[in-house]
Ligand binder design. Structure first.
Ligand code: UD1
Length: 388
């Protein structure tokens, strides 16, 4: 059997690594080995957004790189489809496996189905019900077309059923992101937070907070990430969030911010960059490698983020998480479902009150059903079973 799997952007790499390792481990004892071809669409291309993850997570170099790069949605999706069609026509795989909800996921699932190749979607069934979010469009298209829907939690299974997907196409396998987290957590735990910070400063001449060492040692620091267009592309949203972060959080503790290239671009365009750079206690970092961010997340007193993957990691690690969005496709990570995350949007009142609660309540780890570190072998088994 021949499988082509696809990655495009940073959050895909943590999802494909365990699947590739499951194939490698299957092939060690299988009579009929699986042939696997890894395609990188090249949506994320900076070393720090891509190559370092391949190295850290032991992902073999991609067999094919489509070199798509930056562009509008239509450009990214269209160019990926044109390039991926050639790969499919040449390789004629039995399955195309796509992960997550980025433009590569959507583009390659459409191309696979147009070429009449079966498609499996890892992380199926997530719904934010927010059609203004490009990822929601990608999820809907990918799930509608895929033959095998590999769901990370029961709420996602319910979403798919409600949309009329037959049970035979849905498999509840658990969360493959947590496979990577469990495989890497020991290595991350050995890292020293202060070394991570000092090795990854975005600006060479950055002035470090006086209390940096104390805050890192005592787990008094806050950690944040932000890249969603709804937060960083809209001046009012970005300004509101920055106001809270700079005047309230960074006022009383070290705030670590690995900055996404998109956020840097927007802050510079909006004229907010100088204020951010000059802020006391805010430490701007380059995009971090997997182990570095995991290590910082292990002992932060609070996470502020608009990332989906970090909501999940915070849940299992126990970091109180203020999710800077009005909705989430991952409700299983929310407090009302037993998780660690609370939706605060870009509303300062909400952020303030959730932030105070987070500091008061402290860290508390939760593990949703089948987030046990063994999703990938179940995924591979589901594909092998569906193949017969
Ligand atoms: C993409 C995904 C999003 C995911 C995020 C994680 C889609 C629709 N969005 O959003 O779901 O959460 O990745 O990072 O697929 N850039 C660089 N270097 C890079 C990559 C991007 O400088 O290696 C810059 C480019 O100028 C680009 C911008 O960042 O225009 C945004 O990148 P893009 O891939 O379009 O979307 P993300 O915002 O990263």
């Amino acid at each position: 059997m021949k499988i082509v799997s696809v990655v495009g952007a940073r959050p895909n790499f943590m999802k494909i690594a365990p699947f590739i390792h499951a194939i490698e481990s299957y092939n060690k004892s299988a009579q009929e080995k699986l042939e696997h071809i890894l395609v990188h669409t090249g949506q994320h291309y900076d070393d720090k957004m891509s190559r370092v993850f391949f190295q850290a997570l032991n992902i073999p170099e991609a067999d094919v790189n489509l070199g798509i790069g930056s562009g509008s949605h239509a450009e990214q999706v269209g160019q990926t489809m044109i390039a991926f069609e050639k790969v499919i026509q040449q390789e004629r795989p039995d399955w195309v496996v796509v992960v997550g909800d980025v433009n590569a996921t959507c583009a390659c699932s459409i191309t696979a189905k147009k070429e009449n190749v079966r498609c499996a979607h890892i992380e199926a069934g997530l719904r934010s019900r927010d059609m203004a979010m490009p990822e929601e469009v990608n999820r809907l298209v990918t799930d509608r077309l895929s033959d095998l829907l590999l769901a990370p939690d029961r709420l996602s299974v319910d979403n798919l059923r409600q949309e009329g997907v037959p049970d035979s196409q849905i498999k509840f396998v658990g969360n493959v992101m947590i496979d990577t987290l469990e495989a890497q957590r020991e290595k991350a735990a050995c890292l020293d937070p202060e070394t991570i910070v000092k090795n990854n400063l975005l600006l060479d001449n950055a002035e470090l907070p006086d209390a940096l060492s104390r805050d890192l040692e005592q787990g008094r620091y806050a950690l944040m990430t932000m890249h969603r267009p709804s937060n960083v592309d809209v001046l009012e949203s970005l300004q509101g969030i920055l106001d809270f972060l700079l005047t309230e959080v960074a006022e009383e503790r070290t705030l670590l911010w690995p900055v996404h290239p998109r956020a840097v671009q927007r802050m510079q365009e909006f004229g907010l960059w100088d204020r951010v750079v000059e802020s006391r206690n805010l430490v701007l970092l380059d995009p971090l490698g997997y182990h570095d961010l995991l290590r910082l997340n292990m002992t932060a007193c609070v996470m502020l983020t608009d990332s989906g993957g970090l909501q999940e990691e915070c849940c299992v690690l126990g970091t109180p998480c203020l999710t800077m969005r009005w909705n989430t496709e991952r409700p299983v990570t929310l407090k009302e479902h037993g998780g660690a995350s609370i939706l605060v949007g870009n509303d300062i009142q909400r952020m303030r009150s959730a932030y105070a609660d987070a500091l008061r309540d402290g860290r508390r780890a939760e593990r949703p059903e089948l987030w046990d570190g063994h999703a990938a072998p179940r995924i591979l088994q589901a594909i092998l079973t569906a193949a017969h």
